[in-house]
Write a protein that binds this ligand. Structure first.
Ligand SMILES: [Cu+2]
Length: 151
C-alpha cells in the first residue's frame, strides 16, 4: 500500500511538472531587420506567465547570433539614449512582460549572417521552471511598423 501511495505521489508530481511547463506563453515575437553591415539587432515579444508560480527567464540563445542579452532602453536626464543589461528577467505569476522598441528588448549581438535575406531566426528561451521554449521569430522591417528606423 505504501508503495502504491509513493508511486502515486511521484506520478502526481510528474504531472504537475509537465503542467507547469506550459504556463509561460510567448506572443507577438519579431526581430528587427537591420542593414547587411549591422552586427547587432533586437528582438521583441510578449511573455506571459499564466502559472501559479513565479518564474524567471535565465538565458536566451539563437543560432543567428553569438550572444543574446536582455536590455532595457531608457533616456537619461541629458536626453541621451542608453541601454542597461538585465541578467535575469523576473516573471511573477499572472504577469505579462512586453518587450518593445524603446523599452525592454533582447539584443542579438554578433550576427552570424545578415538578417536581410532571411525570413526568421530561432530563439531559445531558458526559464527556471518552464525550462526551454524554442520559437521561430519573423524578421520585420521597422519601416512597416509605423516607427522611425533611425533613433
Ligand atoms: Cu540593446
Amino acid at each position: 500500500m505504501k508503495k502504491i501511495l509513493l508511486s502515486l505521489v511521484l506520478f502526481l508530481s510528474l504531472v504537475h511538472f509537465s503542467y507547469a511547463e506550459a504556463e509561460v506563453f510567448i506572443t507577438d515575437a519579431w526581430v528587427r531587420e537591420v542593414p547587411p553591415v549591422a552586427t547587432v539587432s533586437a528582438a521583441y515579444l510578449t511573455i506571459e506567465n499564466k502559472g501559479d508560480m513565479a518564474d524567471k527567464l535565465m538565458a536566451i540563445s539563437s543560432d543567428a547570433a553569438e550572444n543574446v542579452e536582455i536590455h532595457m532602453s531608457s533616456v537619461d536626464e541629458n536626453g541621451l539614449a542608453k541601454m542597461e543589461m538585465i541578467k535575469i528577467l523576473e516573471l511573477p505569476s499572472g504577469e505579462k512582460v512586453e518587450l518593445k522598441p524603446g523599452g525592454m528588448h533582447f539584443m542579438l549581438i554578433g550576427l552570424k549572417e545578415p538578417l536581410v535575406r532571411k525570413e526568421s531566426v530561432n530563439l531559445i528561451l531558458s526559464f527556471e521552471k518552464a525550462k526551454e521554449i524554442n520559437i521561430q521569430v519573423p524578421i520585420k522591417s521597422m519601416k512597416n511598423s509605423g516607427e522611425a528606423y533611425h533613433h
